[in-house]
Ligand binder design. Structure first.
Ligand SMILES: Cc1cc2nc3c(=O)[nH]c(=O)nc-3n(C[C@H](O)[C@H](O)[C@H](O)COP(=O)(O)OP(=O)(O)OC[C@H]3O[C@@H](n4cnc5c(N)ncnc54)[C@H](O)[C@@H]3O)c2cc1C
Length: 357
């Protein structure tokens, strides 16, 4: 049973990732009545990163709400450190997050929005005068749609290298997540084969400190590399690949990691009436305010980029979205924000623009 609609709050924030939390801290500091929902726990996207994965962004760039992110070794934060940091931010600012409450639909009703949500206790309805979607852009894996993709030994998520100790592991992909999985599993004792549809790796898509090692391990035949191949079928003990010229080959595999990227689920945006534009199907919005074509509905964080085939939005260059939305809503600059003057430089190339995931 849906609870009866309550009085409208001023702002509903959907998504308690770093950018949603940074916004909530500032709404609270500015005295704006708000509510923040997440379909999972806080930092739900970061939760499914591989165990002990390190951010490529420096700690300063991913720190939120003016709270320093200090790592014990002065290095880049791990998944575990960052999740603990996000929990600390929630505690420090005493944010109330409605976790495990998924917003399933958003509709305009006169001057207000009606948000229908689902949580363990059943559906709920909330009313808000404004809505900010900070829902991220990695909601589901980019599927290959091949037979065997849903077998138990096949996954689109790399979590723990330990699983693959002394197993024949096929990793599919050639960007950062595939390279990192191949290296970490090799070091954890897996016999790794890497299948990639291109003939070589694009240095811009791989953390700069990983590529030389991978290339050496391939050259010394410690990791098998199958360039210009694509899986077309997965069976219990092997993968069938299409190779150059259409020839097929079979490679043994006890486990398969399909590191082929993730997509945005834009259904909430569409359902709210937001237009999607361009190749990435990004929400149509006014860059100055982050307001979409639906008055009162804003988008911030990586969700503003749609599905990113080439990454352009990260945590580090999304802090400014919080500034723009706070200005639009309150007419004032926010108190707690990390707008770093130096974030325009890519750490790998020292050129303008952030590095890729
Ligand atoms: C392995 C890996 C490493 C990465 N390293 C970096 C890095 O070094 N630097 C960097 O900047 N980025 C990195 N990224 C990308 C990073 O995860 C995103 O930049 C960041 O999470 C975006 O923050 P966000 O707040 O915009 O969205 P997210 O962190 O994606 O948060 C969105 C939240 O919205 C919630 N949500 C979605 N839909 C709904 C709904 N309908 N109802 C309620 N809640 C909903 C989700 O559960 C989630 O918690 C990496 C990604 C991966 C996979």
């Amino acid at each position: 049973m849906s609870e009866p609609s309550t009085q409208a709050i001023d702002v509903a924030v959907v998504g308690a990732g770093p950018i949603g939390l940074e916004l909530a801290v500032n709404l609270k500091a500015a005295g704006v009545e708000h509510r923040i929902f997440d379909a999972g726990p806080i930092g739900n996207t970061i939760r499914w990163y591989p165990h002990e994965a390190r951010f490529f962004s420096t700690a300063q760039r991913i720190a939120i709400a003016g709270v320093p992110l200090v790592t014990a070794d002065q290095g880049k934060a791990t998944r575990e450190q960052y999740l603990a940091y996000l929990r600390a931010v929630v505690l420090q600012f005493d944010l109330h997050v409605d976790t495990y409450e998924k917003v399933e639909s958003i509709h305009r009703d006169g001057d207000e929005f009606i948000l229908r949500t689902q949580r363990a206790g059943g559906p709920r309805t909330h009313r808000a005068r404004r809505v900010v979607l900070t829902i991220g852009d990695m909601h589901r894996p980019r599927r290959l749609d091949i037979p065997g993709e849903d077998l138990r030994h096949v996954s689109h998520y790399f979590t723990d290298p330990h699983i693959y100790f002394q197993q024949r592991l096929m990793v599919v992909g050639g960007r950062n997540s595939a390279v990192e999985a191949a290296l970490r599993c090799h070091h954890a004792g897996a016999k790794v084969t890497l299948s990639y549809r291109r003939d070589s790796f694009d240095a811009r898509s791989v953390k700069y400190w990983l590529l030389p090692e991978l290339q050496w391990l391939i050259k010394s035949e410690q990791i098998a590399f199958l360039p210009l191949t694509e899986p077309i079928q997965i069976n219990a003990t092997y993968v069938t690949l299409r190779g150059p010229g259409g020839a097929t080959l079979q490679a043994p595999a006890d486990f398969v990691l399909l590191m082929t990227g993730y997509e945005m689920d834009a259904s909430l945006l569409l359902n709210a009436g937001v237009e999607l534009v361009g190749e990435n199907r990004a929400p149509r919005l006014d860059e100055a305010t982050m307001q979409t074509n639906v008055p009162g509905l804003y988008v911030a964080g990586t969700a503003a980029a749609g599905t990113q085939n080439r990454f352009v939005l990260f945590i580090e260059n999304s802090h400014s979205h919080v500034v723009r939305i706070m200005r639009a809503i309150t007419g004032r600059d926010p108190q707690h924000v990390n707008e770093l003057g130096f974030t325009r430089l890519n750490e790998k190339t020292s050129q303008p623009g952030p590095a890729e995931s």
